[in-house]
Design a binder for this molecule. Structure first.
Ligand code: ZN
Length: 527
């Protein structure tokens, strides 16, 4: 019908009028309502396919996902995003081992059951024996006026540290139950590394880590990847120890872990030399792993740009696992890449209306510690980036009552998303999993560390139906082989995510007022 009326208009007006598109041109909002299931699911379907083998960086499946995204960029007529190329290669050091032997007090702990970890030195055989020091939460920061290390020199020692932060046990300090940057396991390792420790053992409990031992095990038994700037220290080993296994070691010395914990809740805590050595040994292999961020550009009228990001990698496959051993990562992060690409597709259709340019960043090695986005942020002209909008594990279930912006509270993104929610009769929500530190766990954080307003945006977890599929995903299927593509997904939450990101970008373009930071950021900045 539409074709006929369009055609007749053309016949009447002829070449003086360039078709009926100007009159009947739909708005970006109308276009966003027309997003189809096929558009939304196709990328997640492919990236989540078994043949992609879980897309670990430096593997066949990982390489395929890079090539696939580049092909789509070309097909969509997007411009190369890095020095005339769609690829931004970077080299990482990959370390793997078949097991770790940890012995102390004549007790040998079992690899996988008690302890997991990575040797991060270029030595084929690692074997070292060092004094053990308990450092409480291992946090030193002026932001919260807290210093667990005091004057203790932990150089060449093995640091045993709790994860999470003291706010977990005292609502009045740090951010209470909301996990801060200083509660993340990555920080505890960074701090021990800065102080010259030889090894670091993170104490695992379900509660303090925010996930069970299986998640730790799955994330730490494959190849671990690092970029050079993260290896400039003398840490030979970084790993996790189960709390119950640590108790076994301490029992021999009649040391009460609960008493150690008790002391660590106080700002006056002093690190404690445990009076015994820990031996850590194992065979180690290492190699250079090259992988690529995949980057495209949709130029607007100015060079100032909004960076859209979604990581393309996932955990790969586990050759030792019986049965299904592929970590497909269909939701983490297939649907998010899919959502980002639908947004890119629509923005390309509306390119002439773009005031700001838009960068589409398919970042890599996110699961290894946000490495791709970190590398991108380190090595791009940041002066023209006005904001970062990140897509992560985009929900695929029923429509939600709300819209959420993780990290929005640090900038005007919060008001923008609140307004958007209100105009569309939605609520503004924050994720109930605030104890998980999600802001620090996906690529928006790499931008935030340079003071760039950034947000992870998504339909909220509260579905109209009352279901809580998204919350359950994080508890049940996240980082397991069950994160698989399902043709039965309703995709309403994904559609909402796409629509509201489009409207948000549209609004930033129309008002020409990018979000600004509104509070002092509660984490250390990169220079
Ligand atoms: Zn993810």
């Amino acid at each position: 019908m539409k074709t006929v009326s369009c055609l007749s208009a053309m016949l009447i007006v002829g070449s003086m009028f360039s078709g009926c598109s100007d009159q009947s041109r739909e708005t970006l909002e109308q276009r966003s309502n027309r997003v189809t299931r096929a558009e939304m699911e196709s990328i997640a379907e492919l990236l989540g396919h078994d043949l992609y083998e879980g897309r670990a960086p430096g593997t066949r499946g990982g390489d395929l996902s890079e090539i696939y995204l580049r092909s789509i960029f070309k097909f969509m007529d997007l411009e190369p995003g890095v020095d005339g190329s769609y690829f931004q290669p970077f080299v990482m050091k990959g370390f793997s081992n078949n097991g770790v032997t940890l012995t102390a007090n004549e007790t040998e702990l079992k690899y996988i059951d008690d302890v997991v970890g990575t040797f991060t030195v270029e030595e084929e055989s690692v074997d070292f024996d060092r004094e053990a020091v308990f450092v409480g939460f291992g946090i030193t920061t002026e932001i919260w006026d807290w210093d667990d290390y005091k004057n203790m020199d932990v150089a060449n020692k093995i640091v045993i540290t709790r994860v999470n932060d003291p706010g977990m046990y005292n609502a009045d300090i740090f951010e209470g139950g909301t996990l801060t940057y200083f509660g993340r396991w990555t920080y505890h390792i960074e701090e021990a590394a800065r102080r010259g420790a030889a090894g670091v053992l993170l104490i695992h409990t379900d509660q303090s880590a925010g996930y069970d031992w299986n998640v730790v095990k799955n994330s730490w038994t494959g190849e671990e990847l690092y970029i050079k700037s993260d290896l400039q220290n003398s840490l030979k080993f970084r790993g996790w120890i189960k709390e119950s296994s640590l108790r076994k070691l301490l029992d021999v010395q009649h040391i009460s872990l609960d008493e150690l914990y008790e002391g660590s809740h106080s700002v006056d805590f002093q690190p404690i030399e445990l009076g015994f050595n820990i031996n850590i040994a194992g065979e180690n292999s290492y190699r250079d792993v090259t992988n690529r961020n995949v980057v495209a550009e949709i130029p607007g009228r100015t060079e100032e740009r909004i960076v859209l990001s979604a990581h393309i990698d996932h955990l790969g496959l586990d050759p030792l696992k019986e049965g299904d051993n592929i970590y497909n990562g269909a939701i983490d992060n297939g649907t998010a890449v899919g959502a980002m690409m639908v947004v890119a597709k629509v923005l390309k259709e509306f390119q002439e209306e773009l005031h700001y340019s838009v960068t589409i960043l398919g970042c890599n090695a996110e699961e290894s510690g946000l490495l791709g986005s970190k590398y991108y942020a380190q090595n791009t002209d940041r002066s023209n980036i006005i904001a970062n909008i990140n897509f992560e594990s985009t929900p695929v279930w029923g429509a939600s009552k709300s819209l959420m912006g993780i990290g929005a509270r640090f900038s005007d993104f919060e008001e923008m998303i609140k307004d958007l929610a209100q105009q569309n009769r939605l609520e503004y929500s924050s994720f109930s999993l605030s104890n998980q530190g999600l802001f620090y766990r996906s690529d928006q954080f790499s931008f935030a560390r340079y003071g760039i307003p950034s947000v992870w945006i998504s339909a909220g977890e509260d579905e109209l139906s009352g279901d809580k599929n998204y919350t359950e995903f994080w508890g049940k299927d996240y980082h397991t082989v069950r994160d698989e593509f399902d043709p039965e997904w309703e995709l309403e939450g994904m559609k909402q995510t796409i629509q509201y990101v489009l409207l948000l970008i549209d609004q930033i373009n129309k008002t020409k007022s990018p979000p600004e930071l509104k509070i002092d950021l509660p984490f250390p900045m990169e220079e």
